[in-house]
Design a protein around this ligand. Structure first.
Ligand code: HEC
Length: 157
């Protein structure tokens, strides 16, 4: 092989390596952008479900003899959605979101406010398991107090 041919071979091998590296960087960026968008959708869905389920539970608890079995199922779903929120506010996941910068600038306080809601739902869930209507209503009321105060601070619309 002549020197120039060998140089050409080396150059084409290098450029192939380089283009593969660029492709894989681009691919991983696409994946992370997609997962950030997914985070926004997942937390919005979680919040919408919480909103719907807390209304159903509130209505059922207003009944003089609630359907405890159904309440347990609804409450389990709600607490799962509530718990999922702790991991769904990934830094950088703001595009298409209603969350303010403050969610990440003041993340410790934000997470504490989320935990506040979550703890009340966990309390409600154990009261439902014990068929304690009074305690369940109280815990749900507590959880619902956290919605507006957090939205005022951390949600833009
Ligand atoms: C710790 C703060 C916090 C608490 C507590 C909280 N929210 Fe939110 N909520 C947010 C933020 C931030 C968003 C915006 C999410 C986004 O768009 O990325 C939001 C969005 C929503 C949405 C809109 C979802 C959509 O489809 O865009 C609903 C509905 C909602 N919350 C209901 C509730 C209810 C009901 C409660 C109380 C039981 C509650 N939230 C408690 C912070 C909170």
């Amino acid at each position: 092989m002549s020197v120039s041919k060998r140089v050409n071979t080396v150059i084409s091998a290098l450029s192939l390596t380089l283009s593969l590296a660029i492709t894989s960087v681009a691919a991983s960026e696409n994946v992370s952008t997609a997962s950030l968008i997914q985070d926004v959708e997942q937390r919005q869905t979680a919040f919408s479900n919480i909103d719907k389920q807390q209304k159903q539970i509130s209505k059922a608890l207003g009944n003089s003899s609630p359907d405890w079995q159904q309440l347990e199922v609804q409450s389990a779903e709600l607490t799962a959605h509530s718990a999922s929120l702790q991991t769904l506010f990934v830094p950088g996941s703001q595009s298409g979101s209603k969350a303010k910068d403050k969610v990440w600038d003041n993340n410790i306080k934000f997470k504490a406010a989320l935990a506040n809601m979550d703890n009340s739902f966990i309390k409600m869930d154990s009261a439902i398991k014990q068929q304690d209507q009074y305690a369940a209503k109280g815990a749900l009321k507590e959880a619902n107090k956290t919605c507006r105060s957090c939205h005022r601070q951390y949600r833009s619309r």
